[in-house]
Design a protein around this ligand. Sequence first.
Ligand code: SF4
Length: 399
Amino acid sequence: MNIIEITAKSLLRKQKQVDAWFCSAYGMNIYRGCAHNCAYCDGRAETYQVEGDFGSDISVKVNAPELLRRELDPAGKRKPMKRTYIFIGGGVNDAYQPAEEKYRLTRRALEIILGYGLHVHVLTKSVLVERDIDILLKINKAQSAGYNARAVVSFSFSSADDKISRVFEPGVPPPSRRFSAIKRLKDAGLYCGIYLMPVLPFITDYPEQIEAVFKAGTEAGADFLVFGGLTLKEGRQKEYFLQALRRFSGAAGDLIAGAGDLPLQYDVIYPGDPYKPGSSYGNARPDYCSLLNEVVFTVARRHRLPLRMPPALFRGIMDENDRIAVMLEHMDYFHRARGHKSTFGWAARKVRELEAPASAMGNRLRSVSGIGPATADIIGEILATGTSVKYEKLLYGSM
Ligand code: SF4
């Protein structure tokens, strides 16, 4: 590992709106590059402009705590920050990669978040997060604008299979160890999620493998499970992954039946665009995505794990309209994932544009273009009960 200490100009990344995946409008990369070196890592793609060898040249923003303290300070802001989780993780680094053992910058970021009474959502593959249970619990007990502040720790997985993980996630603890970390964090009193992302086509997308993740997640006490397929952006990310895939397919007959055909199968579902390196989203073909969605929804119906961060975890964290918009976006996703048309995404946008809280709009909500009577009824139900019957069915894989 080659550590490069850098002084950054800014740290906090602000999004225009609260995203529905992590329930956050602010994120940060304390490190750039990741020694976990997962073969499929999206952070390698040219679009993120991480220089050097992604898995071994690790830039450390040594002034991250000073930047964060300044950027979160309400005294320096004309407008208050959006009420939301501060997201740590994802993007171009894992905040608990090996360099964190020495630098402890993520821990200091948590201390600053605690000091400001804010909420945090951490996503990692590393069990080093267990070191910070004490401070995460303090965040959970703090008070923020009349509500209990909250800390959510999520772990990402591509499967529950320790042997396959060793090939594609060489620098992280095996899934079995990550599940035991979830259990430990849950027993301590924290909220925990699972991001089953990316599911690897023809390697970890079999129903029995998806089932194994749901089962282990349920047994560990996880609060939700979000899944997503593999994206392969043309250029560095795709090339690096295909090299690992070829090595795996040549030597993995004992792990996956028909492993020798994998490169060919990937060619079919990731045709890509060779003329635009790094520019495409790298999604798999829609027919493959539909099949994967159906497999996951079928398995999910046998378990009681919400397929998105459930409303109980963001109620009291976000402003009313943001909370409703996130739930409508969840509904939009579930409808589209099944190949159905949906207007919920558009309605979510309209809710975000409202100048008053939805609860203050009364019947006027029904006539807002893009919302309409049916969605206004769902919003009314959410305002009265915190959720809606239709939303709950979708959240657990039904409909
Ligand atoms: S842990 Fe996350 S950021 Fe690090 S290499 Fe793996 S996928 Fe990339």
